[in-house]
Write a protein that binds this ligand. Sequence first.
Ligand code: 5AD
Ligand code: SF4
Length: 478
Amino acid sequence: MMNETKTYQVITYGCQMNVHDSERISGLLDAAGYVPVAEGATADVVVFNTCAVRENADNRLYGNLGHLAPVKQLNPGMQIAVGGCMAQKDRDIVVAKAPWVDVVFGTHNIGHLPLLLEKARVEHEAQVEIADSLVTFPSTLPSRRESAYAGWVTISVGCNNTCTYCIVPSVRGKETDRRPQDVVAEVRMLVDQGVQEITLLGQNVNTYGVEFSDRDAFATLLRECGAVDGLRRLRFTSPHPAYFTDSVIAAMAETETVMPSLHMPVQSGADAVLKRMRRAYRRDRFLSILDSVRAQIPDAAVTTDIIVGFPGETEKDFQDTLDLVRQARFAAAFTFLYSVRPGTEAASMPDQVPHTVVQERYQRLIEVIDEIAWEENKALVGREVEVMFATGEGRKDDRTDRVSGRARDNRLVHVTVPDGVHPRPGDIARATVTYAAPHHLIADTGFTGLIRTPGGDAWQAQTRPAPVSLGTTIPRRA
Ligand code: 5AD
Ligand code: SF4
């Protein structure tokens, strides 16, 4: 056991699943008696929660581990742990490249981290523990949430698809669904703690139910979570177009708390590319889903992920992607340069696209995405929007007196608030959009209807610092 209080820092890379896992890692370390390190100080335990989806995350990890080697030499009691998808994939490489690492733990072993740290300390030897499948569903672990008013709830982990570019199935394993009653119970518990907005998380949320053979399980779950008394906003990420059923659209449209925003990765607008990616839908099907969504949820803002330069992508294929962006009218899109992931099928495909070509296409894609996003935003000028003020974004900008938050459709809105009004994170108000930029809206008039968050004052009084997540690359929705 520890005789003095040790401090920790968690550094997160990658997606929202990792951000949420980091909340669990922090919660476990809290429960084991560690405390979060003060800003600027050196922690006794540094945990890297890594990502393997794209190559640059690998490079950043080894860069950061390199920086820590001399720090550790100066602080002999210090421990470094590496978890997450990269650790799962490259367990031996991590220890070989950075022998000063004390613990390597897999995506299924989060719960053992405190024990592994203790073992490494006692045995003076690096501990590597990677399970190939899930033992405890991660949501049964304690958690330290980054935000008081917004929370993540995991509904499934892993993925049964085999997209040829993607490393996820090999590091997160087959899809495991959490029982619906456990999901709803966690939503209820969070709402009881004052959480206003919940995002249901899964690699592939709409295949939820595959384990208990219920095709409509995700739609049912949306309705049940949405009905939890006191919850104001429900979101989910990410659905797969191939499994997006009408029952999900109906559940979204008919459940007041489910927000009119949909993040649905398309990856490419060219059928030939989708086929080689092994994405089981084609562009027409994707566009027809959007038509149905917009017919039933007219204000829905749709966002997506797009990969540029997948092996064999021709100029014509790329033009098809640009054309799809124009037709789909995305409110925002996260764009990725195709990154070779060793071990995936696409890594050994012929016709890898030269880097300069990929770069140039990427620039052109961003221009079209921004042009469409800006047009879509400009169409909102004059409209009243409901904004939930956000942590970090809830601070008043001294120069403009605006406070920031998210509209129901997840757009970022900077709102001018009347003198003497100080919205807190989680509070809701309405305001009128007066200006549109490609990635945000400004609402300078019409501030009205402020609804206070129950318990907001208590959160403001909380002094415990949130877990540190440096270098996080979670996309910010515009
Ligand atoms: N290269 C580039 N982007 C990728 N993504 C997943 N794997 C790769 C890869 N090998 C992107 C996809 C996915 C997002 C989370 O990351 O667009 O939706
Ligand atoms: Fe990867 Fe495809 Fe599964 Fe998404 S659906 S996690 S891209 S294999």
